[in-house]
Design a binder for this molecule. Structure first.
Ligand code: UQ1
Length: 443
């Protein structure tokens, strides 16, 4: 460890109030200047942006991730609509990582920020000067009773775009479904890409409409009925876009079951809790698209870097841990109070990287994150509403700024951004550290 590292390590320990400092004992441990936990979007973008700063030697930066595959998850909505295959959206993680980064293909068992170390499942210990905690969020299928079984049953019309294993089932169920009640759910609590639960619905609706199975303006004659059961009191967390989506919901004859949180699937019956917790309601369904509850990974939740909810407790603006001066986080695993999306990483990563590099030089980080995130929301085949906003649910629309376009209006150009441009720029540039989202190409 460099002298700078020791200094930072002390800083880290000092801020670990209430926790005794534990000396690292494993003699075979390896040290890195920066350890990045997670090789998802945030991990790859940050590791490569750090590398591109030119301030690191080979293997100064390590990435830890047990996954064999890296997935372009924003594309799973399109898999659910039969527009892409899940295999074209994945790459071997090792192939995406610059050889100057050290990859540990293992999972983390314990984070020990008091001793500036990470313990791997193999038992090895890795020391760091700075730790970037970006493992993402866990999809907890088991929190809905009967859901794992229903998803695994190839004959059931229950599916979900939220996993690699399950997203492949979705379009087949949409094609097989001819008649009855279709239910689309959105859970209570944090979710990644909060627009995706209804993206799946709008695309399925459009498919059934084109087949003549869904007749929005004569619902009484329609073989298929659609309901959106959401734990939220509204269609979307940002008033501007919520108003437009509520208008579409009404126009298209979709029943809105607000403040309904799915807790069980038994046969053809879905059970929901209501906000007061006392009342449960049931609804019969013939087709269901489920979004399971999500939460932090246990090794994050059970670590002193976490807040009460289990997310890495970081400053909303600097992305630095509020408790450990050499711990950082963005993305799905972080406490940043904004919508969890890949687009958000385009704005969060450069802030984290700049502040981390400045901290390494003994300076105060001067970059600040405004909460930017985006949700390209498919409202039908060929059209996307490009929601872009910052903290407080305040719109921050790229194309409104440049061309005066109202992005709440679904457009064909935005659909091509979502379907063609973003997947391309993600792989060609973003995960290599050279794409700044609305800022265009960087580094
Ligand atoms: C973006 O940069 C990006 O990454 C490639 C996305 O895909 C996951 C997005 O959805 C969005 C909205 C952006 C932001 C970029 C522009 C040009 C609005």
């Amino acid at each position: 460890m460099t002298s700078l590292g020791i200094c930072i390590a002390r800083q880290g320990r000092l801020s670990a109030r209430g926790f005794s400092s534990v000396a690292r004992v494993t003699p075979t441990s390896r040290d890195h200047k920066v350890v990045v936990v997670g090789g998802g979007t945030a991990g790859l973008v940050i590791a490569h942006q750090l590398l591109r700063s030119g301030r690191f030697s080979p293997h100064d930066i390590a990435v830890i991730d047990p996954a064999e595959w890296h997935h372009y998850q924003p594309g799973w909505t399109l898999v659910g609509a039969g527009l892409k295959t899940r295999n074209e959206l994945r790459s071997r993680l090792a192939d995406l990582i610059d050889p100057k980064l050290k990859l540990y293909s293992d999972s983390v068992s314990t984070l020990s920020p008091e001793s500036n170390s990470v313990r791997l499942s193999s038992g090895d210990t890795i020391g760091y000067d700075h730790l970037v905690v970006v493992p993402g969020i866990s999809i907890n299928y088991g929190t809905v009773k009967g859901l794992p079984e229903a998803l695994a049953d190839q004959n059931s019309l229950v599916s979900s775009i939220y996993g690699y294993d399950t997203c492949d089932k979705v379009f087949g169920t949409i094609q097989r479904f001819q008649k009855g009640t279709a239910l689309f759910t959105h859970p209570a609590g944090p979710v990644k890409c909060a627009g995706a639960p209804q993206k799946a619905m709008w695309l399925a609706l459009d498919h059934w409409r084109r087949q003549g199975l869904y007749i929005p303006d004569r619902i009484s004659d329609s073989p298929i009925r659609i309901a959106f059961a959401t734990a939220l009191p509204v269609m979307f967390g940002v008033p501007k876009y919520s108003a437009k989506l509520e208008e579409l919901r009404k126009e298209r004859g979709v029943e809105g079951l607000f403040q309904h949180d799915l807790v069980a699937v038994e046969g053809n019956v879905a059970t929901f809790t209501r906000p007061d917790g006392a009342e449960t309601v049931t609804k019969k369904f013939d087709f269901m698209h489920v979004v399971p509850k999500m939460g932090p990974y246990p090794f994050v939740k059970n670590c002193p870097v976490a807040d009460a909810a289990g997310f890495v407790d970081v400053d909303d603006s600097t992305t630095r841990s509020r408790r450990f001066a050499n711990v950082w986080s963005v993305g799905d695993a972080s406490s940043l109070p904004t919508s969890k999306t890949a687009a958000a990483i385009t704005a969060q990563a450069p802030v984290l990287v700049r502040n981390l590099l400045q901290t390494m030089e003994g300076k105060e980080g001067d970059a600040s994150y405004d909460g930017y995130t985006s949700c390209p929301l498919t409202t039908e085949f060929g059209k996307v509403m490009l929601a872009e906003f910052k903290y407080g649910g305040v719109p921050k629309e790229t194309f409104n700024k440049w061309f005066g376009i109202n992005q709440a209006v679904p457009r064909r150009a935005f659909y091509h951004l979502k379907k063609d441009f973003f997947p391309w720029v993600y792989k060609a540039s973003m995960i290599k550290g050279t794409w700044g989202g609305p800022k265009g190409w960087v580094n």
